[in-house]
Write a protein that binds this ligand. Structure first.
Ligand code: PLP
Length: 356
């Protein structure tokens, strides 16, 4: 029997080469090395360089390894927030980020918006200049994303604010304009096509300067301590060396992000078209301007949804379940780069033909 193909939005289908990389990590002796060794420093430095190159990250930005995106939420509340961060969210991940931040900084401000709302400052006229504006670049729970135009509007409206973006389901799948925010973070089990257990946190020079000015140093993952270790390509705690090794291998082979981005866009257009053409399905997001290219959310009649899951399984496709409020009447499709052209075409055909 052929293996199940996962269209789940996280953890997601890994690159098929990952199996071989696991073996080579063992054979090349990476699984027992010290994280204070030269061998680790070299791996870590090479991986940072590859991320800069393949994702087009400015050399002035600093890349750090974390354990997860959730850890980045906590790091930002601890180390990059003096009084309070401001969160605008349309779905579950953005709301969870707000909830975590509020536990650490009780004055944290959260504003819920509708999933079809453009996250543009013109739609939030009551806001005062945020200290740290926290936005979910790609809201995995409902398949929405924030356009560069809207990000730019925030930059222009609040030039003194730091902007932090949760890019867990868009980094490595979408080409970013890195000038438009100061903090970008993700974990690798989504667009990077890797197993879970590693995150990346990327800081602009302004974010690094603010972290140093705040100088919060009460946690194992305090930013100033992480930045200090980063100078030697190291971590404050024993990191996921295997995860870093796999990330390195995947980045060596990865296409430049501009090419990945254009493939994702054309596949997304085809998916949304197929959904619109099938009378049983509708896009969950009706405002096409805020639709994600990497997470396609599809709405349908609640009573027919179980049959979609089982029909997909009969073709060896695992669909992503709906999330939160939308769970009973929607499913999601990961449009991530590790999904092959053949798998994409199979899923497209499934969406076009289902129920007809
Ligand atoms: C998956 C996801 C997270 C959580 O990632 P972890 O690696 O479990 O911490 C956070 N934010 C978004 C937008 C996500 O998609």
């Amino acid at each position: 029997m052929s293996q199940l193909l996962s269209f789940s939005v996280g953890p997601s289908e890994v690159y098929p080469e990952v199996g071989n990389y696991l073996t080579s990590a063992f054979e090349e002796g990476f699984l027992s090395i010290s994280h204070r060794s030269k061998k680790f420093d070299a791996l870590s430095e090479a991986t940072f360089n590859l991320l800069h190159e393949k994702l087009n990250i400015p050399t002035s930005y600093t890349i750090l390894f974390t354990g997860s995106a959730t850890e980045s939420w906590e790091i930002l509340a601890q180390s990059l927030t003096e009084r309070r961060s401001t969160h605008i969210y349309t779905g579950s991940f953005g709301e969870k980020w707000f909830d975590y931040a509020k536990k650490i900084k009780p004055e944290t401000l959260g504003i819920a918006a509708d999933l079809n709302d453009a996250i543009n400052p013109a739609n939030f006229p009551m806001l005062v200049a945020p200290e740290l504006l926290c936005l979910t670049h790609n809201e995995t729970s409902n398949g929405t994303s924030i356009s560069d135009n809207n990000l730019n509007a925030w930059r222009e409206m609040y030039p003194e604010s730091l902007i932090a973006l949760d890019c867990t389901s868009s980094m490595a799948g979408v080409a970013f304009n890195w000038d438009l925010a100061d903090v970008w973070f993700a974990s690798v089990q989504k667009c990077f096509g890797l197993p879970a257990g590693l995150g990346v946190l990327i800081l602009s020079p302004n974010a690094v300067a603010k972290a140093k000015a705040i100088n919060e140093n009460a946690h194992y993952n305090s930013l100033v301590a992480m930045l200090k270790h980063r100078e030697k390509f190291q971590n404050s705690f024993t990191p996921n060396v295997l995860g870093i090794y796999l990330l390195n291998k995947v980045m060596v082979k990865a296409l430049p992000i501009s090419e990945i981005d254009s493939i994702a866009k054309s596949r997304a257009t085809a998916y949304y078209q197929a959904v619109a053409n099938n009378p049983y399905f509708q896009p969950l997001v009706t405002n096409s301007e805020v639709r994600s290219t990497t997470v396609i959310a599809v709405q349908m009649a609640e009573d027919l949804l179980p049959k979609v899951y089982s029909d997909a399984l009969a073709q060896n496709f695992e669909l992503g379940r709906g999330y939160g409020t939308w769970k009973p009447s929607s499913f999601r499709i990961a449009n991530f780069p590790a999904i092959s052209q053949a798998a994409f075409e199979g899923m497209l055909q499934f969406l076009e033909a289902w129920g007809r």
